[in-house]
Design a protein around this ligand. Structure first.
Ligand code: ZN
Length: 312
């Protein structure tokens, strides 16, 4: 099968959807809301991916649903899979097993029909301990990327980073591991700047300069609110744009669903319909996006909707 950069040259690559929120709805992931205040970005053991070893059939089934919906990339459920984050959920000693099993499950389903991406996200150390913890974050991210490489991922999706400083570290670790990386920031509380104060255009330039094969945004906003920031990125770089919007409605005052009152226990009240993702697919094709998928709130019906918009 072609690699991710080659696939994006042929046509828009359809990604998959959001695993953790969907598996939380199905009863296999803990949102943490029963134990602590969720949505501050400092969360401890919330939304961790131990489902890979605790309920592998549930994860395998969701991979199948996305593949069946047309996804050409399956993301191993390794989001929040650094030892730092897993420690907080009591699974630190299973870090190797969780990452390896997640990749194995995705590969079993993907066979030769889809690429397998390792998902790597922020550690939450910067939010919790400040910018001086960046070195510690680097060690944790480097460790996870090594585990993903050993498990045989085709490439990495570095996603849901709030701070450009931490994304830079992740891109450096990906380059050291010689793995291609799609890099997407999450913008909150507003889309104008990321948490450490960089515009979408600045973020995209920095990520492209550090070797990302595609740059863009994921999570936090519905397609309509994310598209303008993607256009700013499009204008700033030559590499393909990647986009994985969330399926939750944000407001003019708050552009991030994880800061809305409905997060995480009343998300059903701000769910956007799949028809917005048909439109997103249409826009992605018209506006030259290279990689289009869904994030939180997107199940297989939403991926089918993007596929319809793309004309796949
Ligand atoms: Zn998300």
């Amino acid at each position: 099968m072609k690699n991710i950069a080659e696939l994006m040259k042929d046509r828009v690559v359809l990604g998959d959807g959001g695993y953790l929120i969907e598996l939380e709805r199905r009863g296999y992931v803990d949102s943490g809301s029963g134990r602590e205040k969720v949505g501050t970005g400092r969360g401890s053991g919330q939304f961790t991916p131990e489902v890979a070893i605790e309920n592998p059939d549930a994860l395998r089934e969701l991979h199948r649903e996305f593949l069946n919906a047309g996804s050409r990339v399956l993301q191993a459920l390794t989001f929040f899979g650094t030892r730092e984050k897993l420690n907080r959920a009591g699974y630190g000693s299973e870090t190797e097993k969780i990452n390896a099993t997640a990749v194995k499950l995705a590969r079993e389903v993907a066979k030769d029909q889809a690429l397998v991406a390792g998902s790597v996200s922020r550690t939450q150390l910067i939010e919790r301990e400040g910018a001086e913890s960046l070195g510690k974050a680097r060690d944790h991210i480097a460790e996870q990327i090594r585990l993903l490489k050993d498990a045989g991922v085709d490439f990495l999706i570095l996603e849901t980073f709030f701070h450009l400083s931490e994304m830079k570290v992740a891109l450096e670790c990906a380059a050291e591991a010689k793995l291609p990386a799609v890099a997407t920031m999450s913008f909150r509380p507003l889309v104008e700047k990321c948490t450490d104060g960089h515009t979408p255009a600045e973020c995209s330039r920095v990520m492209a300069d550090l070797g990302a094969v595609a740059v863009g945004a994921n999570c936090e906003q519905e397609p309509g609110r994310m598209l303008p920031l993607l256009r700013q990125m499009r204008a700033a770089v030559k590499v393909p744009i990647a986009a994985q919007p969330a399926a939750f409605r944000t407001s003019d005052d708050c552009h991030s669903f994880t800061r809305m009152k409905a997060f995480p226990d009343e998300l059903e009240t701000i769910q956007v319909s799949r028809s917005e993702f048909v439109e997103f697919g249409r826009r992605a094709k018209e506006e030259g996006i290279g990689f289009a998928g869904g994030c939180c709130g997107c199940n297989a019906a939403y991926i089918k909707a993007i596929a319809r918009g793309l004309g796949h």
